[in-house]
Design a protein around this ligand. Structure first.
Ligand code: SAM
Length: 214
């Protein structure tokens, strides 16, 4: 069984994995595919030996960690079903995979644990300042934090329209963060910008990828 830690009431617990994956990969959303590529790119560029994936859902992109000589891989998510699915899909091909079902607002890793911490579309749902402070401690010297933020859009709803209505629950909790605000907070926690880029999807939604180094 995956390790289970305490978690608070959270709308993510009411979104079935099937709805999540179908919504995120729907042709008018196409975010699952985008996130998969961002993760592959960061792993290939930085070649980490130890990696934590915060808000790992059902293991999107974990296939890029196969045969990479990575010593430690930890996936963290608040939803126990997502964690179980990640385990079922990847435990054989990725025997070093550890999965933790927990609320990131309450969880702690040891200091200097990871070369890479990946947090894609997660800061929208957590206490930003608190998690940045923790990540700064969890990273090894020169370690990388890769972040994906959804950019605010005046005309498009934050959660796109698809037949998977459970995703609408996220409208009540999702808080988009301006990159400039995020950057300032990261600097406060001793994380320096290494690189950034913007992705605009066909839907018109745009995303900001930010790589920060400790
Ligand atoms: C949009 S998804 C992340 C997408 C994923 N990172 C990817 O690259 O495909 C957000 C994830 O964060 C998880 N999550 C939200 N709030 C959380 C919290 N407080 N603690 C841990 N996980 C959380 C959700 O359960 C969900 O799986």
């Amino acid at each position: 069984m995956p390790l289970m830690k305490s978690k608070s009431k959270n709308p993510w617990l009411q979104i079935p994995a099937e709805d999540y994956e179908r919504h995120m990969s729907a042709s008018n959303v196409a975010q699952l595919q985008m996130l998969n590529k961002i993760f592959a790119d960061v792993v290939n560029e930085y070649q980490p030996k130890s990696i934590a994936i915060l808000g790992c859902t059902t293991g999107n992109g974990f296939e890029h960690l196969n045969n990479k000589n990575i010593e430690r891989v930890v996936g963290v998510d608040i939803n126990p079903d997502y964690i179980s699915i990640s385990k079922r899909r990847f435990e054989t091909k990725l025997p070093q995979l550890e999965l933790v079902c927990t609320d990131l607002n309450e969880f702690e890793f040891s200091n200097s644990s990871f070369d890479l911490i990946h947090a894609a579309l997660v800061f929208e749902y957590v206490e930003v300042e608190l998690l940045l402070a923790k990540i700064s401690r969890w990273l090894r010297p020169n370690g990388i934090l890769s972040v994906v933020l959804q950019l605010p859009n005046d005309t498009l709803a934050p959660v796109s329209e698809t037949p998977y209505h459970s995703l609408k629950l996220l409208n009540t909790v999702m808080k988009l963060i301006e990159p400039e605000v995020f950057r300032k907070r990261a600097i406060k926690h001793k994380l320096k910008e290494a690189k950034n880029y913007k992705i605009i999807l066909q839907s018109g939604k745009s995303f900001f990828v930010l790589l920060l180094q400790k």
